[in-house]
Design a protein around this ligand. Structure first.
Ligand code: GLC
Length: 703
């Protein structure tokens, strides 16, 4: 391979503006013939990808196949709930199934590689990309990361319905100061090792074949120039042997970071740090041939990056059959199938979190005489899809209004009024909404944050619902009919007024293609909600960052004691804690016990708890297990999630659940940043949220 052919393998071009439309000029054809394209971002479709692949394979000197990549984040044509919503299901198998279906559909369109799962831990809801991940907790985030990697990559990466996954964005992107996207990250090594690296480790252990570097710097070193983290830690310590891809134009942005004087230095810094594939900024191809020739870029550094890219293509089976993923027939028969829709409906149902249900307004009867369906999200399609909607189409989406109309009994009159637009008041619409509410026996109000207020470059300084929608809820609540709010959002919101005055609040996130049916299934009680919060809901944005696994401090907050860690103007506690979620039935936790009172550091202890459905309806419950290391050489969180099981019980049914706690669950990073299990007592909590009181202790003895 010539230097230019090698560097060509490392270049990724954005095809979204050109190659992805049959009518657009094919501006990369010549580069393909010269072997200057390693991969494309955003080129999909069996015929378009085959066309590009034929040029690369049959018209270039070496005939190396091209990789086709895109953002398949929560579905491809059939859209599942946004990742934060999927995480709220606390159902690892359901999330893996969703990823599997996404891969089946994306590969049917010729894609080999997706930039998912996003595994960034996020403790700051001002950061819009919180919607793309699995929330604030390392244990949940790691479980979801591994599940999505398994679903996307399957058991055979060379199969025509599996694709290369990407753990992104490496690393600590969610710790941006001020919750402002792309902003500076400055955290301790301990926080990095305890909070932000573990989900990447879980993805690597699940076999992820690609990692994307993050836009941010950490402690003064931009990630795209961070050899210590990209090579020593990711490859050396974690054993990652796949491809590191840059983020969009991020190699060139080393100039904006102020660590590169120009594009050649930027390219040299990134390639040496361990960024194998450059997404769209072309510094490698344009600037590095000269650096190789004058010896500033060691051939071995270049060759190892090229080897990784070629190995990925080999693992995908592209050298055996470059056209393996290009099949118009699979495009037609493998996307938006009834089974895929059914799966999307099930995951959406599981993602919903019943935040409040005073007086049991929900579930509604199907035999109401008149039901009012109000709010800007009631008859809304695009918002149901959330951000990163791949090739999802609005016409595929089932709206809440349509689903409710088809779900109610023949005798029920459904009245609809928008009441307000997403961001602006509308007095006429408000009056109409009040009118239909007065006529109704119950009212459902569909409100939320526009899908485009979360996601990339969508940070907010406020977490409030748009005022027009708050006014709508206040006006309808004043009428005094049974009222439930269905809330759409990609982040925690400060909904204190709703929490205080509205009887029932169902959090729906952005539920995807089957939004309407899933909502109707829960609203009318065919399925009891059981989703749990993967992120803490604050009372006020001023509390942020706020998360459940916080430290105790030397003056733990105590409302009754003046000089303790709290606020003058708002309770220090969250509005709704991590792990919170209600059900239409009720559960009781009994007989929490451990298999041994004392264990050695290398031992495993079994924890048992009995769950009883004490209500009148069948339902799921997410049983959560938390652990606190009561005294240690390094301060420890008040509790940490170390197990969860989503189980279904019929009324009066009881089940004893077993959890295992071993060194990986009990250890922390000691003063030398090495994992250690220290002797002393541990307290185990079990229950339906992170504030579960039921506890039991055991002791680790010996060193
Ligand atoms: C974006 C995002 C990244 C995405 C990439 C390609 O800037 O940061 O998550 O995969 O560009 O679209």
């Amino acid at each position: 391979m010539t230097v230019e052919e090698k560097l060509g393998q490392l270049e990724q071009f954005d095809a979204r503006a050109s190659m992805n439309d049959a009518s657009e000029p094919k501006i990369y054809d010549e580069k393909l013939r010269l072997g200057r394209v390693g991969s494309f971002l955003g080129l999909s479709g069996a015929s378009l990808t085959r066309r590009a692949q034929r040029i690369a394979v049959e018209q270039s000197r070496l005939g190396i196949p091209v990789l086709f990549a895109d953002d398949v984040v929560h579905g491809f044509r059939t859209l599942f709930p946004v990742p934060l919503g999927e995480a709220a299901s606390f159902d690892v198998d359901a999330v893996e199934r969703a990823a599997r279906i996404a891969a089946v559909e994306a590969t049917a369109y010729g894609l080999h590689w997706t930039y998912a799962p996003m595994v960034d831990i996020a403790r700051d809801p001002r950061w819009g990309r919180i919607v793309e991940g699995s929330g604030e907790d390392v244990y949940l985030g790691s479980a979801m990361a591994a599940a999505r990697v398994r679903g996307l990559q399957g058991k055979d990466l060379a199969a025509n319905d599996t694709m290369m996954a990407t753990a992104k964005h490496f690393v600590a992107y969610g710790a941006a100061e001020g919750g402002r996207d792309y902003n500076t990250v400055d955290i301790s090594q301990r926080t990095l090792y305890e909070t932000y690296l573990p989900p990447f480790r879980a993805a690597v252990e699940a076999g992820v074949q690609s990692v994307m570097a993050a836009f941010n710097e950490i402690g003064g070193v931009p990630m795209h120039a961070n050899h210590e983290l990209l090579t020593t830690v990711l490859r050396g310590q974690m054993g990652f042997d796949g491809v590191v891809v840059s983020d969009f134009h991020a190699v060139h942005e080393l100039i904006d970071h102020g660590v590169a004087a120009g594009p050649q230095e930027a390219g040299l810094l990134a390639l040496r740090a361990g960024v194998d594939v450059e997404m769209t900024s072309e510094t490698y191809l344009r600037q590095l041939p000269a650096a190789v020739r004058d010896g500033r870029l060691a051939t071995e550094v270049l060759d190892q990056a090229v080897r990784r890219v070629l190995r990925a293509k080999h693992r995908l089976g592209l050298f055996d059959d470059p056209y393996r993923y290009c099949s118009e027939s699979r495009e037609r028969v493998r996307t938006l199938t009834p089974l895929h829709r059914q799966a999307a409906r099930e995951v959406a149902r599981k993602s919903f979190v019943l935040l409040k249900n005073e007086g049991g307004v929900l579930p509604l009867s199907r035999r109401l005489a008149t039901l009012a369906v109000v709010g800007p999200f009631a008859d809304e399609r695009r918002n149901m899809m959330g951000s990163w909607a791949a090739i999802g189409r609005v016409e595929d989406v089932v709206t809440p209004l349509d689903a409710i109309r088809s779900a109610v009994g023949a005798g029920t009159r459904v009245l609809h009024a928008k009441g307000a637009s997403l961001k602006a008041a509308d007095p006429v619409a408000l009056a109409e909404a009040e009118r239909v509410t007065r006529e109704a026996d119950a009212v459902l109000v569909f409100v939320g944050e526009d899908y485009d207020m979360s996601g990339e470059a969508r940070s907010r300084s406020s977490l409030d619902l748009p005022e027009a929608q708050q006014a709508l809820v206040r006006a309808l609540q004043a009428i005094g009919k049974p009222l439930a709010v269905v809330l759409f959002t990609g982040r925690p919101l400060t909904i204190g007024w709703l929490a205080q005055h509205v009887s029932s609040i169902l959090l729906a996130w952005y539920p995807g293609t089957e939004a309407g049916h899933a909502i109707a299934d829960v609203i009318f009680g065919d399925h009891s909600p059981a989703g749990r919060l993967p992120v803490t809901f604050p009372r006020a944005v001023g509390q942020v960052p706020i998360y459940y696994n916080h430290k105790r401090t030397g003056r733990p907050p105590d409302a009754a004691v003046e000089h303790t860690s709290k606020y003058l103007d708002v309770s220090w506690t969250p509005l709704y804690p991590f792990g919170h979620g209600l059900s239409y039935t009720s559960f009781e936790y009994l007989d929490l016990n451990v298999s041994a009172q004392k264990i050695h550091p290398a031992d495993t202890v079994e924890v048992r708890v009995t769950l009883v459905n004490t209500g009148t309806r069948a339902g799921d419950e997410v049983v959560q297990l938390y652990v606190r290391d009561d005294v240690a050489s390094i301060t420890r969180p008040v509790r940490q999630l170390r197990g969860f099981q989503r189980v279904h019980l019929d009324p009066d049914e009881r089940r004893t659940l077993v959890f295992k706690l071993g060194p990986a669950d009990l250890s922390f990073y000691g003063s030398d940043l090495q994992p250690v299990v220290e002797p002393g007592t541990f307290t185990v909590f079990a229950g339906g949220s992170s504030v579960a009181p039921l506890s039991v202790q055991f002791e680790v003895v010996g060193s």
